[in-house]
Design a protein around this ligand. Sequence first.
Ligand SMILES: Cc1ncc(CO)c(N)n1
Length: 239
Amino acid sequence: MEGKAKEEAGKGGVIDTWLRKHRLIYIGATRHPFILAIRDGTVNYSSFKKWLGQDYIFVREFVAFAASVLIKAWKESDDSEGDTEVILGGMAGLHDEIAWFKKEASKWGVELSETIPQKANQVYCRFLESLMSPEVDYTVAITVFWAIEAVYQESFAHCLEPDTNTPPELQEVCQRWGNDGFGQYCHSLKKIANRLLEKASDDLIMGKAGDDVLKKAEVELIRVLEHEVEFWNMSRGTA
Ligand SMILES: Cc1ncc(CO)c(N)n1
């Protein structure tokens, strides 16, 4: 595949190199037993309802994180690439998502106002808050942003493949993140992140880099995957 075609497909970039290098934790985050249980129709509904309540809390936090990435994109001199429009599109999606959570929660009898954030959720939200700081480089923030969205896209798209036994009442949940439009949005985020990671890599080689943005982006990407695994574990926990 030629360079340009590879770039368009989101292949051959820094991120795909990292996903190969860290494939075990990536598989752990995107093929979690909770997701596999939805896919084979054996998911325990109390686990699902726990996930629903906890994810609503997470998404409220994620809105603030998305806003912090938007500000970083706006400050970035060459926004000629239209990064802010992609991020703004994602925020519009989060607006719909919150309305969807409220509707879905009432369908399942989950009282969102009484839902308490569990430990793994608190820890993940604190991690997000740490990355909202202006000191955190835009390249690191957008890589984290992509990873968070991509884990859900990969996970729920897996439940929509042919020959799955995803229960009809869970199809809508899987469609929410597993649909092609969301997949395209994740691809746009990945292209932005790869563009900036390539630039950070060039800066490092040219000795122009201050702190090692590339290494920090890789470390934070792995942390996202670890938090996602803990988040899925929490939904299955009896705690
Ligand atoms: C925990 C978690 N990760 C990622 C997403 C995708 O936005 C979400 N809704 N919740």
